[in-house]
Design a binder for this molecule. Structure first.
Ligand code: GDP
Ligand code: IMO
Ligand code: MG
Length: 423
């Protein structure tokens, strides 16, 4: 029987620390596969005193012998991908021999980026706070059945296909009052696209099926987070892909029965970058303290992240939607030294206490907090107050917290209940 695919994904609003955990557990897998999102993602890995930020390439790339697959559900900007490859090569990482790109993945054109910028500019105060990487317009072309796919680069009429899509985009851009320059980005895009053509482009669903039948272990790496999901996130302040575990099926071409473990990543508190509702947001000195202590500035855009207490109804929702089987709690060190910490157990919505995430999180949702004792420095063991915090979370959401991360480095990772790294 073929092996299962474990899925690792964000259980909050992104930037939970997915990249770090993938890197930590990657030695237990032969294949790491990204299944959605694009260069809006920024996954940070730190080891041997060096920091690497990945946008398109899966976070298994630093583990020798691991295959890294960019699945069909991902949207690819070849310019950003080539920059990533060049940076990794400069750091001495052999990336291209073990990197595979799905022929069915859609490509982000310079005009998609321009459309993203024009759309955001036209929204004024209502803007999503997009990373401006062209994600929304590229997925719109995918579902609108106009998209340009990696496989199109291999066709003899690729230039005509590209030109036809650009023509359509030029028309759309002319409808906006803001003018966005994009033509000067075309040459670099064309150069990068022809380099992409020389990478290992595969029919990834078949390739993955063969690996699974051969007994390989596969880890599907999510981008963004559950509350940014196109269906279940805080719409319209979301991204344009399925960030949830079901997205691993469509984004890789595997059946639901093939999913094994679903590993949800969350921070000991909450953050969000960009606009949209955030019930536990702290607009005070505590929020600023968390931002500074946690270095909460975006890996992709450098924007300050909004910070707040842990939101348990939202985490429980993520566990439910994804079928999370185990959790990893990140950044426990950031709350070190606080006398007391708070967590939101439920919401009060129109005077009624509920632990459900309502349809609209933006108005009238008041967090109901519980205060717990804080903890001091974390050594090789969890201090009792931190352990109590983790156990409270486990009780509230009903799944075990297997990993507690105590710093950004690969080595700063504690495994609970004697659980091995990957299995
Ligand atoms: P991702 O998008 O989910 O991969 O997360 P990001 O890389 O965007 O953001 C997570 C940030 O937190 C990065 O700067 C990591 O280096 C850092 N980080 C991850 N785990 C920990 C941790 O346990 N403690 C601290 N202090 N930082 C961490
Ligand atoms: P990783 O994988 C955090 C947010 C943006 C914006 C909204 C839509 O690093 O966790 P988009 O560019 O997708 O149209 O932006 O989603 N966003 C993220 N926030 N982490 C991410 O990725 C994100 N990718 C997109 O800030 O609010
Ligand atoms: Mg990130």
């Amino acid at each position: 029987m073929a092996n299962r695919v474990d899925v690792l994904l964000g259980a909050q609003w992104g930037d939970e620390g997915k990249g770090k955990v993938v890197d930590v557990i990657a030695p237990g897998y032969q294949v790491i596969a990204r299944f959605q999102g694009g260069p809006n993602a920024g996954h940070t890995l730190i080891f041997n005193g060096k920091k690497h930020v990945l946008h398109t390439i899966p976070s298994g790339v630093f583990r020798p012998g691991t295959w890294n697959l960019v699945g069909n559900g991902v949207v690819i900007d070849p310019v950003i991908l080539m920059r990533e490859i060049d940076a990794l090569k400069a750091a001495g990482v052999d990336v291209t021999t073990r990197l595979l790109i799905s022929r069915r993945a859609h490509m982000i054109l310079p005009t998609h980026r321009a459309l993203d910028a024009a759309s955001e500019a036209s929204k004024g105060n209502e803007k999503i706070g997009s990373t401006l990487k062209g994600i929304g317009p590229t997925y719109m072309d995918k579902t609108g059945r106009n998209g340009f796919r990696v496989g199109d680069l291999e066709r003899s009429d690729r230039d005509n296909r590209y030109a036809a899509l650009v023509k359509k985009h030029e028309h759309l851009l002319s409808l906006y009052s803001t003018t966005i320059a994009w033509k000067e980005a075309e040459k670099e895009w064309q150069d990068a696209a022809s380099r992409l053509r020389d990478l290992r482009i595969v029919d990834s669903e078949h390739w993955l099926d063969e690996r699974l039948r051969a007994g390989d272990r596969v880890l599907a790496e999510g981008a963004q987070g559950t509350l940014l999901d196109i269906d279940f996130g805080t719409y319209p302040f979301v991204t344009s892909s399925s960030t949830i575990s079901a997205g691993a099926c469509t984004g890789l071409g595997i059946g639901p029965g093939s999913i094994g473990k679903v590993i949800g990543i969350f921070k000991a508190y909450s953050t969000r970058v960009g606009s949209g509702p955030f019930p536990t947001e702290l607009m005070d000195a505590t929020g600023e303290h968390i931002r500074q202590a946690g270095r909460e500035f975006g890996s992709t855009t450098g924007r300050p992240r909004r910070c707040g207490w842990l939101d348990l109804p939202a985490l429980r929702y993520a566990v439910m939607i994804n079928g999370v089987t185990e959790l990893a709690m990140m950044k426990a060190d950031v709350l070190c030294g606080m006398d007391r910490v708070k967590l939101c157990n439920s919401y009060r919505v129109n005077g009624i206490v509920t632990d459900r995430v309502p349809y609209d999180l933006s108005t009238g949702v008041e967090p109901v907090y519980e205060t717990m004792p804080g903890w001091g420095d974390i050594s090789s063991e969890l201090p009792p107050a931190l352990n109590a915090y983790v156990e409270h979370i486990e009780r509230a959401v009903g799944v075990p917290v297997r990993i507690v991360s105590t710093g950004p480095d690969r080595a700063q990772t504690l495994l609970r209940e004697g659980v091995g790294a990957a299995h």
